[in-house]
Design a protein around this ligand. Sequence first.
Ligand code: ADP
Ligand code: MG
Length: 307
Amino acid sequence: MAPLQNSLKTAMSDKDLTMDDFTVQDSDVVRPPEASVQMAKPRSAEHEQGALADAPRRAEVRNLSFFYGEKQALNSVSFPVLDRKVTALIGPSGCGKSTLLRCFNRMHDLYPDNRYEGEIRLYPEDMNIVSGDVDPMYVRLRIGMVFQKPNPFPKSIYDNVAAGLWVRGVRRKSIVDERVELALQRAALWDEVKDRLRESAYGLSGGQQQRLCIARALAPDPEIILLDEPTSALDPIATSKIEELISTIGGQVTIIIVTHNMQQAARISHFTAFMHLGNMVEYDATEKIFTNPAEKRTLDYITGRFG
Ligand code: ADP
Ligand code: MG
């Protein structure tokens, strides 16, 4: 594992690559059982009301703390991640949104001083994916990530999307072709690129490149997709295309999105988690958070009094 970790670290620091660009040892396709997800017991009085009570969960964060060396960036955070719903993480800059998102695919393991405490349980196996016993590469095969700045590989449009499949051992051309097309359709990009699949991804506009990165993340059919401010580098039209596609795929795949744009959170998410100074202040249905939050700090933030 050590040489692989090192090469990952080097490659990641040049930040044009994602985990998908690396070959894994075990080239079997990792697919979880299609079994229904865990019906976890509600954990707070709030969750006992309404939709939250018996909604199926894809994951659950429990008392998760995270440390960059000495610096604690997350302080015993807990919240559920509902299956095939869009969960938005909001809060002022520096509150720990990206740190939390990166825990979900063990991105922090690239640096040895980083440390997790607590759990992120992934269902249906009910496995703690931040445990030292779980291989980060395995987690990354099941949970895909898209970054703020579009980061296509310097390859063709087709190869960018196919990369995530090759890494998972999908080799047969007919299947790769089929899944590349499907992913591009789900990312609302197919019509724009179907006649130029062999051209460089760098020839696409910024918005198209970001949809390509979403297609790359979707191609292997991950269980959760993590999006860290995916539209903050894009113009309004490109942004609305991405919001539209998130709304469309939101019923098919579990999405966690970090956004500093509250209108965006309100438009596209089903559930919203408000963070402040490394703490999870409030988590609830998006409508509740934006109309009648329980905490004063949430109200102050959504009404623009700070942040
Ligand atoms: P957000 O995404 O909400 O803006 P971050 O998760 O990036 O916030 O940062 C949360 C806190 O962790 C901030 O105080 C930030 O300075 C700190 N932090 C982020 N990355 C590192 C790092 N690599 N090393 C040390 N501290 C970090
Ligand atoms: Mg951030």
